[in-house]
Design a binder for this molecule. Structure first.
Ligand SMILES: C[S@@+](CC[C@H](N)C(=O)[O-])C[C@H]1O[C@@H](n2cnc3c(N)ncnc32)[C@H](O)[C@@H]1O
Length: 232
């Protein structure tokens, strides 16, 4: 365990904050599958919704595109105007490698930035498992909203606040994936103050206050919730 001996709720001194550096980037899909419930199911749901509702030449951006799994999937479904944002150069290096295999121009459509892109508009915006890392959440969400066309789609997946009952279920999920109790505890401590979850209600309120309508929950599993929202 990596608890601080004087205050067990505090991070111990040898636990560094979570970062999306080279070590994670190079094994990102494995990490995601072990820590994110329904990782591929949510990506497939995202793709299916976009396939049914966005033209193949529609503009789509994936916020927190990480290693490019979703963008690659969308590309294989025939979408042609795909963009990605991530703030981690190491993550983007892996995304460049994966995506330039299918389209050598892809890297020019991947942006390394902590803030949302300016002067572009999109038919759909995806933000799966990323907004909870962004400090200026309200401002980021407003920028996303402003850059969507009318009737544009926003798919958001967040880790939400978990009750003790659900947190225990989540620990079981990770144990089933082969993680040790020490690995589970260590990552929990690394994410404290880095990943900031809101409750489901707070997420719904935030989406409503930003201006979205027809907000629906389209997937939920042990505290990981996917929202589909539409810009009026
Ligand atoms: C859990 S991963 C997202 C997974 C990805 N959406 C997928 O489908 O595989 C979170 C990503 O968000 C990125 N990130 C964190 N804070 C960010 C910010 N302020 N702006 C852009 N990307 C950010 C991280 O570098 C990381 O790649």
């Amino acid at each position: 365990m990596h608890k601080n001996k004087e205050d067990p709720e505090k991070k111990s001194n040898d636990v560094q904050d979570w970062i999306f550096g080279a070590e994670i980037a190079n094994r990102f899909t494995d990490e995601a599958e072990k820590h994110i419930p329904d990782y591929w199911k949510v990506i497939e749901l995202t793709i299916n919704i976009l396939k049914d509702n966005v033209p193949k030449d529609g503009y789509i951006i994936d916020v927190g595109c990480a290693s490019g799994n979703t963008l690659l999937y969308l590309y294989k479904q025939g979408f042609t105007n795909l963009f990605g944002i991530d703030y981690s150069p190491e993550m983007l290096k892996v995304a460049y490698k994966n995506l330039s295999k299918v389209d050598k121009d892809f890297p020019s459509r991947l942006f390394q930035t902590k803030t949302f892109v300016e002067n572009m508009s999109f038919n759909a915006i995806i933000c799966n498992w990323t907004l909870h890392f962004i400090k200026e959440r309200e401002k980021y969400l407003k920028d996303i909203f402003d850059s969507l066309i009318s009737k544009g789609l926003f798919i958001l997946t967040e880790k939400t606040l978990q009750s003790k009952i659900i947190e225990n279920k989540y620990i079981l999920f990770k144990q089933d994936k082969g993680l040790s109790n020490e690995e589970i505890e260590r990552k929990k401590q690394q994410l404290e103050g880095v990943l900031n979850p809101l409750s489901v209600t707070q997420n719904l309120d935030l989406l409503t206050q930003t201006g979205f309508s027809q907000i629906e929950i389209i997937n939920a599993r042990i505290g990981f919730v996917t929202f589909l929202s539409i810009k009026p």
